[in-house]
Design a protein around this ligand. Structure first.
Ligand SMILES: [Zn+2]
Length: 209
């Protein structure tokens, strides 16, 4: 296959990228210097060896770039989970890594995270692949470390709502003493946490209930 066509097809695999945008990416790379192109190649290659999933929050993080984080040890815990400055009393449960990063960018949440791995599909009501069991199992240990509130920070859409209802029920059944809240007003319906601005996220956090 023509190398230009081949690369365009690869870009089309990215979420939300159509053929025209894919072509624009290729054109951009064609105009770039060899060293700029090399940077992309190196960055993609380094995803293979240096990125690990944190066993505590389940997010993907660079390793060993964050290995200097105190107490990371052999478990390959991420920089957030090992940061002694972070608040252990609050746990935010998010659908995916992008939503976690959105909360981080807002700079208003200083607690711990758990990445569920998606939301419940309304069509099938399946929870396959969601780490509900791992979350529930981690609750007693987290309570032991001082956790007193779980904040459900799912997207404001039917799937996010269904996931919040399910997780809330499961947590209440397992650990009735834990306070469970969800992000409040501020996020408009259908808005993705990922694209919300820091102020919106802050007000959603402040008005959680
Ligand atoms: Zn972590």
């Amino acid at each position: 296959m023509d190398p230009i066509e081949r690369l365009a097809r690869l870009f089309e695999r990215f979420p939300g990228i159509g053929p025209r945008q894919a072509q624009r990416f290729v054109q951009f790379l064609l105009r770039s210097t060899p060293s700029a192109r090399r940077e992309f190649v190196d960055a993609i290659q380094s995803l293979g060896g240096a990125v690990h999933q944190c066993p505590e929050c389940m997010r993907f993080h660079a390793w060993p770039a964050e290995a200097s984080a105190k107490g990371a040890g052999d478990k390959k815990l991420c920089g957030i989970c090992t940061n002694p400055e972070r608040d252990k009393t609050h746990l935010a449960v998010v659908a995916n890594d992008a939503d976690l990063l959105a909360l981080e960018r807002s700079g208003t949440f200083r607690g711990q995270y758990f990445v569920l791995g998606g939301t419940i599909s309304l069509a099938s009501e399946k929870t396959n692949g969601l780490r509900i069991k791992q979350l529930l199992e981690s609750v007693p240990a987290r309570v032991g470390k001082g956790m007193s509130e779980i904040i459900l920070a799912f997207p404001v859409n039917p799937e996010g709502d269904a996931t919040a209802i399910r997780i809330r029920e499961d947590i209440v059944a397992h650990s009735p003493d834990i306070k469970v809240t969800a992000l409040g007003r501020g996020l408009s319906t259908g808005s993705e946490l990922e694209y919300a601005d820091p102020e919106t996220i802050k007000s959603a956090l402040d008005s959680r209930r």
